[in-house]
Design a protein around this ligand. Sequence first.
Ligand SMILES: [Zn+2]
Length: 153
Amino acid sequence: MIAPAEGDADTHWLERAVELSRSSPPSDTAFSVGAVIVTADGLVLGEGHSRRDDPHDHAEEVALRGLDRDDPRLATATIYSSLEPCSARASRPRSCSALILDTPIPRVVLAWREPDLFVDCDGAERLTTAGRVVVERPDLAARVREVNAHLLD
Ligand SMILES: [Zn+2]
């Protein structure tokens, strides 16, 4: 299979992440987020959305759950998240940024930088500082805001 141009693949998978976010059980105190982990060949290794298995679940955490950290495919994978991975959280000791940094996943694509609504977030900065490539796609941010519109009034 010939992989689509990187930009097209990013759009496709980030749209998939936004689609997944719509499956999140509603919450008045947390964002609805979707995440998908894809290899360079376009193979999906994991998917997740907020509160999938537990009310405290974050999308990236769910997508990473069950993946073997030593899986060699992670070394070329990208994690797509509709929202910037969190850098601090009240509910659990490990933030999604820390969970990503526990893996060799080299590339993170996000649509929307987390607004400082619930906690200050510097996930993108932490990932970049640790040497991961972070790509922001603000052209898709409006869709993420739409999913979370009830939190933004
Ligand atoms: Zn998180």
